[in-house]
Design a protein around this ligand. Structure first.
Ligand code: APR
Length: 310
């Protein structure tokens, strides 16, 4: 067909949810991929989604597979494959296991979809995006990590609740690595164009920032088993849409930095323009001394994880 093609590697909670949203939004035909041991359940999930199409009225094929031949010539490949941290597993063990998953998945992507743009979700996402970049040999604009769209979405949710306003009117900005060291820029955050700092007292805004930083952990604690997937999937789909439809949206992405913000050779969350060529541009904002210090701290955390990569 003439439709766009999107492959989602990893048919777990996040991958399957993203696949369903992509199909519903008719962004293209969707190929859901998992390991051979999970082939039947992957096919089952995809068939179940396809059977929702007549009811929801979307024209998009959804297939499940363990065979990368089926991903041939994808426009976008989303990577959610990997393992979650289990009891007894150190953070470093997790980095190494998921690094090897990234390597094997990337080989297949390069082989079957050499012209694709890759969006990485697997944690620790900054280091995993770096791994995919190095393994793929793709230009840096076509290897992108997701974290800021999700972190910003969490921030916007809490602000909308606080002000009793539509989430649509709240904009936010989060820089830095994913996780507790992220840097929410309240100075660049607005409700209907009105600076948030004029609408919410500083102490309260600081509390909301703190909740945003630990937003992933809040969900993990509530679920008891597993991590967030609805909002992460939605974030992936927003980034994919910006690229597939060449929207040129300003969205935070994990991008490869070569001098921007004073960093070299690392992937870090920064404001970008996302369009048909992936990351069309990295936007460099003026930061206050405090903001730059927080970003340095975040970059340091990312480098510490990168040191564990083999
Ligand atoms: N190739 C393809 N799929 C793989 C591979 C591989 N080499 N290794 C693991 N998988 C699959 C698993 O079989 C599983 O179906 O990846 C899927 C991961 O799904 P879940 O365990 O449900 O994890 P999920 O909650 O979706 O999170 C995935 O996103 O948010 C991050 O930290 C999270 O790194 C994790 C990732």
């Amino acid at each position: 067909t003439n439709r766009k093609k999107i492959s989602v590697i990893g048919a777990g909670f996040t991958g399957a949810t993203a696949a369903f949203l992509l199909a519903q939004k008719e962004l293209g035909d969707v190929v859901l991929v998992d390991i051979p041991q999970a082939e039947n359940s992957t096919k089952g999930k995809a068939l179940d989604m396809a059977e929702a199409a007549p009811v929801l009225g979307f024209d998009a094929k959804v297939i499940g597979t363990a065979n990368y031949e089926d991903t041939k010539d994808s426009d976008i490949v989303i990577i959610t494959a990997g393992v979650a941290r289990k009891p007894g597993m150190s953070r470093d063990d997790l980095v190494q296991i998921n690094q090897s998953v990234m390597k094997s998945v990337t080989l297949e992507i390069v082989k079957h979809s050499p012209g694709s743009t890759i969006i990485v979700l697997t944690n620790p996402v900054d280091a995993m995006t770096y791994t995919v970049y190095k393994e793929s040999g793709f230009p840096k604009n076509r290897v992108i990590g997701q974290s800021g769209v999700l972190d910003t979405a969490r921030f916007r949710t809490f602000i909308a609740e606080e002000l009793n306003l539509s989430v649509k009117d709240i904009t936010g900005f989060v820089l830095g690595g994913h996780g507790d060291s992220m840097v929410p820029l309240t100075r660049y955050s607005y409700a209907g164009g009105i600076p948030l700092e004029t609408l919410i007292p500083k102490e309260r805004l600081d509390e909301i920032v703190a909740r945003t930083r630990t937003g992933g952990g809040e969900i993990v604690n509530l679920l008891g088993n597993g991590s967030a997937y609805y909002a992460p999937a939605a974030a992936l789909v927003e980034m994919a849409e910006a690229i597939l439809r060449d929207q040129r949206r300003i969205l935070p992405s994990i991008a490869y930095l070569e001098g921007e913000y004073g960093y070299n050779g690392i992937y870090l969350g920064v404001p970008t323009i996302l369009g048909g060529n992936g990351i069309e541009k990295i936007i460099e904002l003026d930061l206050t001394t405090d903001e730059k210090a927080s970003l340095d701290n975040s970059a340091e955390a990312v480098k510490n994880v990168m040191n564990v990569l083999s």
